[in-house]
Design a protein around this ligand. Structure first.
Ligand code: ADP
Ligand code: MG
Length: 367
């Protein structure tokens, strides 16, 4: 996949931008706070409909403006496509594909695919579980519309069920009333659990491979710990039944505490080396290497599921790595069809043959 043109309007500190990046490796340098990360954030926004730095779309609108737009022309094996994703306070997000407005945001997913690695991704290993679930969601919705659909529906039912739980007194009739939500919750929940299970099995394999190469042979284990215990391999009906049973068992406690206590919103993903949990016992270096291995596994995952290499966005991570890992990443960056690498340091010497760009004073120029 190739990003041939990127246009921005009022996105973060970018008032306007029209940029034609090169195929292959694009190195973007500039002083701090000039807008390098914002640029990669915009590209990732086209892939996932989300920022990798904030949950609030309003944060992305340039200070003082009421909305923003990110547009692109992309080339894929299937042909060229132009897309624009706009946001404004009144309408929220609107999507235009080849000049036709699409009412459903779901039509965005799968058009542009991207993997982003930034310093924040250290928290992929050491942060709370929602960071890992979020990373997995952002990956899976790029390659699977059904995943996006079930995630959205699950979250909708969960929010309704939780709102209901807060109001109900802990009585037997409340237990019955609550059960009306369970069927739908368990249906979408089981879909998510099985899809996460399958995806993590694949990701874990690639991440381990990459990790061995990066670390001189150490095995990285990534394991899925679903909040609803599953006997493997499970069918959809079995996963749903297990979920319903779990809900049944916890119903009384849920009424007491006023919140749904089981389901994919409580799933965990564990990283370990040699039986040692990296979240609690990993050094910063080990955590960074594991996060990098995961990201490189994401590349393989997307390629395997779409038949094309995604865009690779490397935000400010190059200088943080030691020379061996830098060399490895450089190799990976060249393997992809298009890579965007930002750095505050000049990297001309490290990448003499890359397309080189410089960000300053709200403009992006060849360097
Ligand atoms: N919504 C916004 N409107 C205008 N400027 C913003 C907005 N959000 C962030 N910025 C500015 O963007 C700059 C940071 O850009 P960033 O891309 O993170 O810099 P860097 O080049 O260091 O990666 C900061 O000066 C910040 O104030
Ligand atoms: Mg930055």
């Amino acid at each position: 996949m190739l990003l041939k043109l990127l246009t921005l309007a009022d996105f973060r500190n970018w008032a306007t931008l029209e940029w034609q990046p090169a195929p292959g490796l694009n190195v973007i340098t500039g002083a701090n706070a000039e807008g390098k990360s914002n640029l990669l954030e915009a590209i990732f926004f086209l892939a996932s409909g989300k920022s990798f730095r904030t949950h609030r779309d309003a944060d992305l609108a340039r200070f003082g403006s009421s909305g923003f737009a990110v547009g692109a022309r992309i080339e894929r094996r299937a042909g060229e496509l132009s897309l624009v994703l706009r946001w404004d306070r009144a309408r929220g997000k609107t999507l235009t594909l080849d000049r036709t407005e699409h009412p459903r945001l779901a039509d965005l997913f799968g058009q542009v695919t991207a993997v982003c690695f930034s310093p924040e991704d250290l928290s992929l290993v050491k942060g709370p579980p929602e960071v890992r679930r979020h990373a997995l969601n952002l990956l899976l919705l790029q390659v699977s519309r059904p995943y996006y659909y079930h995630l959205r529906e699950y979250n909708r039912v969960l929010a309704q069920r939780n709102a209901y739980l807060k109001r109900l007194p802990p009585t037997a009739s409340s237990e019955l009333a609550l059960a009306v939500w369970d069927e739908e919750l368990a249906l979408h929940g089981a879909e998510l659990i099985l899809r996460r299970h399958a995806a993590l099995a694949e990701l874990a394999r690639w991440a381990d491979e990459r990790h061995r190469e990066l670390s001189g042979g150490h095995e990285l284990r990534i394991s899925y710990v679903p909040s609803v215990p599953l006997s493997e391999p499970a069918t959809l009906a079995e996963a749903k039944a297990a979920f319903l049973q779990e809900l049944e068992q916890k119903r009384r406690e849920e009424l007491r505490r006023g919140i749904t206590l089981s389901g994919p919103q409580r799933d965990e993903i564990n990283f370990s080396i040699g039986g040692r949990d990296l979240r609690s016992y990993g050094s910063q270096g080990e955590q960074r290497t594991a996060a990098l291995a995961w990201k490189l596994a994401e590349l393989e995952f997307i390629r395997a599921h779409t038949g094309e290499m995604p865009l690779l966005l490397l935000d400010d991570v190059y200088s943080e790595l030691d020379p061996k890992r830098q060399a490895y990443l450089t190799r990976e960056a060249r393997r992809g069809s298009q890579t965007f690498l930002t750095s505050a340091e000049d990297l001309e010497l490290a990448f003499p043959d890359a397309a080189s760009w410089r960000v300053a004073a709200g403009e992006l120029k060849p360097h």
